[in-house]
Ligand binder design. Sequence first.
Ligand SMILES: [Zn+2]
Length: 315
Amino acid sequence: MTTLAVDIGGTKIAAAVCDENDAIIQRWRVPTPMDADAINDNIAKVYREAVAAGHRIEAIGVSAAGNVAADRRTMTFSANIPAWLNYDLSEHIGALIDHAVPVVVENDANCAGWGEYVHGAGQGSANMVALTVGTGLGGAIVINGQLFRGSFGMAAEIGHLPMVPDGSHCGCGLLGCAERYTSGTALENYAKSAVRRRPQDAKRLLELCGGDVNKLEGPMVSQAAQEGDELSLTAFDNIGEWLGRTMAAIAAVLDPDLFVIGGGVVAVGDILLEPARRNYALYLEGSAYREHAKIVAATAGQDAGLIGAANLALR
Ligand SMILES: [Zn+2]
């Protein structure tokens, strides 16, 4: 028995047939159309190809960027796909494949976090919080070995934890959300502003962006930081501090034993994790008189979301 896992990203749809241990046995990669119907068609097509290839698919697990209702079928909102407004994604895909198998929809950060929990750095933890530091800040919460979805499917929107009263404007409409201070976007914004203020200290970054600070991107800051560039290291200290403070706030509510940090930005390892750990300890309530959660980098890699979607589809 196998599962078809589908990860609907901003630019591509990654799909994979996974065996009963969530190991990937065949992959697909197709562009993500902006049109909801075309997305459904692409997924149905991949399903038919998988069946034609002889795979006995038991369920389809879909990882989608956006808010997923507690029914694990309905997209209540997505910043990427405007049509996903109280949109029964499961029904729309199911209708195209004669409802041959169940279609289970989960939030993308939940899938990636769950992938880490079952096959990555989260294994063996009882209470884990996964944070995906990418364009934004995604979250997943595991409590007593179970994915915690909340009452309305809205749990673990950690990127929108209000960290700074009347702070920076967030895409969600609120002010001062965590992801404004700790994410790939925050890293980029911080570095850009530092380059503009201190061009004399930004020789390496200016070199990497071809002299045009508007073209400066997160990966360039990562590269320069790994080379020891001081200004870039300061940018990581900054988002690392906010990552630590955000985790301390989470710990006040959930008291997890483990934080798993994933996403492209964590490729720099301790350059991000060291300031995060230091500030976690600084801002943690009762810090000197309690055990501290471990803070580690994710290990399941790019496929964490697919693996998580495959595993969750049968739970
Ligand atoms: Zn927000």
